[in-house]
Every structure is written in C-alpha cells, then in structure tokens.
Design a protein. Structure first.
Length: 302
C-alpha cells in the first residue's frame, strides 16, 4: 500500500487532510457535482445554438472560488424528440486560508478547470420542431434523460493538495420530468455522479470517492416577454472519500436552495442571474454561490 509522500506523516499530514476535506466538499463546483440547473429537460427549436459566458463566485468561511466559464449548446433532432448537446470550458481561481489544529494553512490556485460535456435527450413530450413549427407548440409533460462527463484536462499539480483540475473523470447520468401548468413549469430530476480514481494524489497516492446521488426540483414562472424566474431546491448524499483504500471522510448530506432569473434583451441576447445557499449540511460544507451570465442565440432560422 502506498503512503503519503507529501506532506510528511504526523500532525502536518492530519492538518493537510482536514484542509483537503474542507475545500473538496465546500467547493464541489470544482467537479460540477452540486449544480442547480433549471430547464434541463425543456423544449427548444432544432438548429438553435446558444453561446454563454459568465462568472460565478462561491464563498465559504475565508475561502473564495471564482469561476469564469464559456459554453456552447446545440439543439438537435434525437429520433423525433429534441435534444441538446453542451460543452462547458471553465477557468477557476481559489484563494483563502484557515487555521486547523493551531496551524494556518493557505490555499491558492488558478487555471483551466476540467471541461464538461453534457447531452440531454427528451424521451416524451418535446417533439423536434423547426422555429416556425415551434410557435404553435404547447408543453404538457416532458420526460427526458441526460448524461454528463467531466474530462480531466484541467490544471493539476500532484505536489499540491488543492487544484482547479481534478485529475479524474466523472460520469453523471440523470432522469427528469417537466410539467406545464399555465405559465408555470414544475420540474423534478435525479442523478448520480460516478468518479474514477485519482492515482496521482499528493505523489503516487490513490484518491477515490463513492458516488454522489442528487435530487433537484424547480418551480419556473414564464412571463409574456419570455423572461422567466425559478425557485430551486436540491439534495445530495454520498461521496465518502478514501486515500489508498482508507476512509478520510464520511458521507455528505446537503440541502441547497436557490433562485434563477433570465431576462431577454432581444431575440438574440439575454442575461441570467443566479444565487444559491446551503440550508443544511451534515458535513459542514455549506457555501453561498452567486453568478451572472450573458447568452447569445443564433441559427435555426433566427
């Protein structure tokens, strides 16, 4: 069995492990594990593309994670139902310090985070329609499935405890439904996130993690000008971590609540604001998250 090669054994090693647990769970946005995303299983005209650019900031205690991201989404025909394919390219900066066991430990890292690829395919209730056909579409019940994967291309240094890249893959399958009630859309979705091992954790050590399971729900209200606002809630459990097969954490259990608002400037451009906060955390890893992004729509006859 491998031993930790850096830092050394003893008190310093214990302090490092505590810091790792604090940051790896307080800022799960580094692995996209605790996102709250409304409208994953909505319908849209095929051929439409969305380019988004935004910034989000998560704060917990004395630590701050700032993430800038660009994304590209394409709506396509998936066997007669609509589907969407999204690529996300994030860049992150993490700064802060804490005192653990009477010792001050600083954390600072910056660079490209792991890209994310996500496909969402509607299975029922969201027919693939052109822009002209979509004008007569009225949603009732939509059922969909999704699959996301994080690609370990982000900046990673095995001599550092905290990195903006995870040096491991994850796969996240999910299922969801969306029900229309007048101007409201009620959504319920569930997902599981499954990790590969990081075999270069602090040298030649192996970091592994149990799956994280989540459920999220959204109540979305649409205005006549196509602006919308949602109230969001999500629950997470699981994710116990191990180094060289030995547990270094217990299971996570978290409730988060948030809200999102999207406002159209014109038919091509819109602005989105989002905020969420931890309402309950069994493992003391709550954080506050705020974000703003711009979205540009093109193609598909626009």
């Amino acid at each position: 069995m491998n031993h930790l090669t850096s830092p050394p054994h003893g008190r310093a090693s214990a302090v490092v492990f505590l810091l790792f647990l604090a940051l790896s769970t307080v800022f799960p946005a580094l692995s996209h594990a605790q996102e709250i995303e409304a409208r994953t299983y909505s319908n849209a005209p095929i051929g439409i593309n969305f380019i988004s650019a935004g910034v989000a900031q998560a704060k917990a205690g004395n630590y701050t994670l700032t993430s800038e991201a660009m994304s590209l989404t394409h709506i396509f025909d998936a066997g007669g139902q609509s589907g969407k394919l999204t690529l996300v390219l994030p860049y992150g900066q993490l700064t802060g310090s804490s005192t653990i066991g009477g010792r001050t430990v600083n954390a600072s890292t910056e660079g490209l985070s792991d890209p994310l690829i996500k496909a969402a395919i509607n299975l029922y209730g969201a027919p693939a329609l052109t822009l002209d056909e979509f004008k007569d579409y009225q949603q009732d019940l939509i059922v969909g499935a999704s699959l996301a994967a994080s690609v370990p291309w982000g900046k990673y240094d095995d001599n550092q405890l905290i990195n903006v890249g995870a040096n491991r893959w994850f796969i996240q399958p999910g299922l969801g439904i969306s029900k229309a009630l007048g101007p409201w859309r009620l959504e319920l979705a569930g997902a599981g996130i499954f990790y590969t091992s990081n075999t270069n954790f602090m040298g030649s050590n192996s970091l592994s993690q149990n799956p994280v399971y989540s459920t999220q729900t959204h109540a979305i209200y649409y205005f006549q000008n196509t602006a919308w606002v949602s109230v969001d809630a999500t629950y997470f459990t699981g994710g116990q971590s191990y180094v060289n097969g030995k547990p270094i954490s217990g299971n996570q259990e978290n409730w988060r609540f948030g809200t999102t608002m999207s406002y159209p400037i014109n038919k091509h451009n819109s602005i989105r604001l989002s905020a969420s906060t931890g309402a309950y955390s069994r493992t003391n890893n709550s954080y506050d998250l705020y974000g703003i992004s711009w979205q540009y729509r093109f193609g598909g006859g626009l």
